[in-house]
Design a protein around this ligand. Structure first.
Ligand code: BES
Ligand code: ZN
Length: 617
């Protein structure tokens, strides 16, 4: 090859190589990294914006670097200044590149003098993808507005200009001004007794990635659940929430016994309004949680075990790119199971394993081969595209396989050692594997081959050595379901009186995709599933009843869809309706009425479903 051709090729490949670290961020961490962030923001509810500035402390690595490149999305930048050690500032020039899909706008700040700090004055847009603004009417109390952030995966850039990549960690502090009488909470230690004076300060002393930046403000009350835990929620919800989450402190103790000290200080929960788009979000010191788990019998609190587990897997040891997200979610789902087992016993833990494993078995073959891998080939994977049952359930299945092969005592010691070894760092799948080989696989030879490990991590489908726990109760439910569908067991004779939430979920999950209408009507007549207050059961019921053609459930389904913005519970009902022309028309009507109350992410996801022709799922 001629030299010019080589050069041209290098020029083509170089940007790829530089971006290979994190294709979802414009940051150039080989040149410069943020080591500390100082926020000074005012929360302006009428304008639906955060307004103020972010000061970034920088560590310049490359002497040839001429600029600081940051991620932004829909931010209105009003000025950028270098801040000298003595506090004096001078203006820096900057350019904001055009919007790129899924990336936002690259902010390039000319900084040839390598300033130690850069201050960016800005305000957020009302439609910022990482924020939701609720009117008083959209809250439980109805009297005060509410706002909250959801930064994972790439939405921190919509409310803070920064290097929005999980490979980059920084400490931070913040001063936040808000209307008096409202409480402000952030992903740092919060004071339960803070006066509602509209002036809040926060300090996160541990280095965290940008996706763990979080803020919320509203009419928020607090109730303690233990010496280092409390529940925050709107006043009309907080008592119920504290009762549901009364076991939080015991969960922290159980996790510490397994994996060493909880390193963050306090562990608090914030229960959000029902529009919160996820089940939970592991914001450091302050897990954000959906109110849909408040069902009165603690049956869904393994979600808290999950978010708490992220204090080790995810927040302490972090996936370096979104392609490695299974290091967060798979490890966390495994640890979640261990906490659930410690508090509520093996039967419940095994039921939760079976629920997710059976769902994965059903869904995985329908995914493109690359998406079936724990660590997919990075090409063509969007930041949230690597997020599926595979990361959670194949990931945790792999760790349970290691536990089974090496024995619980050895595996527990290994996992604790892994958290200690990589504490406060962001790592790739390959770094995890390079640690796993000498410390477990080669250390205890003959238990699991390296080829089997690689099959779990890089292979498609579910490896042959996968095993599942026994569950006599789930087996009995399989038999009852079969008899009920065959018509030999009347609906009223199902032995469902004593079924817990998970057993109902299992019964409904494994109904045929389009069950006979008459069977669904009989089931509802006997067990009154329509309008159930338990949305995990409700989602599964509406999906199957709609698929069976039972139009009588549509109004109740519409209430479920309008009340709940948690994507996992509401999108399947939209998808079920969208399969027929009449259902699609109805879903569009429901959406028109509910849209204003949904989070931007939920809006986007529903609009994608409704844009499709009926019949396609
Ligand atoms: N960190 C996730 C939520 C998340 C992941 C948001 C990726 C955006 C991008 C959180 O810990 C989570 O897994 N939540 C689950 C909880 C469940 C698995 C117990 C959820 O929201 O349903
Ligand atoms: Zn998680």
């Amino acid at each position: 090859m001629r030299a010019t051709a080589l050069l041209a090729l290098a020029a083509l490949l170089l940007p790829l190589a530089v971006r290979a670290g994190d294709p979802h961020s414009y940051a150039q961490p080989d040149k410069v990294v943020i080591t500390h962030l100082s926020l000074d923001l005012a929360i302006d509810f009428p304008a639906r914006q955060l307004d103020g500035n972010a000061t970034l402390k920088l560590h310049w690595k490359d002497p040839r670097a001429r600029s600081l490149v940051l991620d932004t999305s829909a931010l209105h930048i009003t000025g950028v200044r270098a801040v000298a050690a003595d506090g004096r500032t001078r203006a820096l020039t900057y350019t904001l590149a055009p919007v790129q899909k899924n990336m936002g706008r690259k902010l390039v700040i000319a900084a040839p003098g390598h300033p130690a700090r850069v201050r960016i004055a800005y305000r957020t847009a009302p439609e910022a993808g990482g924020l939701q603004w609720l009117t008083p009417a959209q809250t439980a109390g109805g009297r005060h507005p509410f706002m909250f952030s959801q930064s994972e995966s790439v939405y921190a850039r919509s409310w803070i200009p920064l290097q929005d990549s999980p490979a980059i960690r920084f400490t931070w502090d913040a001063r936040i001004r808000a209307p008096k009488n409202l409480r402000v909470l952030m992903s740092a230690p919060n004071e339960p007794d803070h006066p509602l004076d509209g002036d809040y300060r926060f300090r996160q002393i541990h280095p965290v990635p940008s996706y763990l930046m979080a803020i919320a403000a509203g009419d928020i009350a607090v109730k303690r659940t233990g010496p280092r835990s409390a529940v925050y929620a709107e006043p009309s919800v907080v008592v119920r929430a504290a009762r549901e989450f009364a076991d939080t402190e015991t969960m922290i103790d159980a996790a510490e016994k397994l994996y060493g000290p909880y390193r963050w200080g306090r562990y608090d929960l914030l229960v959000l309004p029902p529009s919160f788009p996820y089940g939970g979000m592991e914001n450091p010191n302050m897990t954000f949680v959906t109110p849909t788990v408040l069902v009165g019998d603690k049956s869904l609190v393994s979600l808290i075990a999950h978010e708490l587990a992220h204090s080790w897997s995810g927040n302490l040891v972090t996936a370096a790119t979104w392609r490695d997200i299974w290091l967060n979610e798979g490890f966390t789902t495994y640890v979640q199971g261990r906490i659930t087992e410690a508090l509520y016993g093996k039967r419940l833990a095994d039921e939760e394993v079976l629920l997710s494993a059976r769902a994965l078995e059903k869904s995985i073959a329908g995914l493109p081969p690359n998406s079936q891998k724990l660590a997919p080939d990075p090409r063509g994977i969007g930041a949230d595209d690597a997020l599926s049952d595979v990361a959670y359930d194949k990931g945790s299945w792999f760790l349970r396989t290691l536990e089974r092969r090496f024995g619980r005592a050895r595996f527990d010691a290994w996992l604790k050692g892994y958290f200690d070894h990589f504490a406060w760092r962001s790592i790739t799948t390959e770094q995890m594997l390079a640690y796993l080989k000498p410390t477990l696989i080669d250390r205890y030879p003959g238990r699991m081959s390296w080829a089997q490990v690689n099959d779990w991590v890089y292979g498609t489908g579910i490896p042959k050595d996968a095993r599942l726990p026994d569950s006599p109760r789930f087996d009995a439910i399989d038999r009852e379901r079969a008899a009920f569908l065959a018509g030999t067991l009347p609906a009223a004779s199902l032995d469902a009186k004593g079924w817990n939430t998970q057993e109902w979920m299992y019964f409904l999950d494994r109904l045929p995709d389009a069950p006979p209408l008459e069977r669904m009507q009989a089931l509802d007549a006997a067990w009154h599933l329509t309008d159930t207050p338990n949305a995990e059961i409700g989602m599964r019921w509406y999906v199957h009843a709609i698929a069976a053609g039972d139009r009588a459930v549509w109004p109740a389904a519409a209430r479920h869809m309008s009340r709940i913005g948690r994507m996992y519970l509401t999108l399947p009902v939209y998808r079920a309706l969208a399969k027929t022309p009449a259902g699609l028309a109805f879903a569009r009507k429901v959406y028109a009425g509910a849209r204003a109350g949904y989070h931007p992410l939920t809006q986007q996801a529903i609009e994608a479903i409704l844009a499709r022709k009926p019949g396609r799922s």
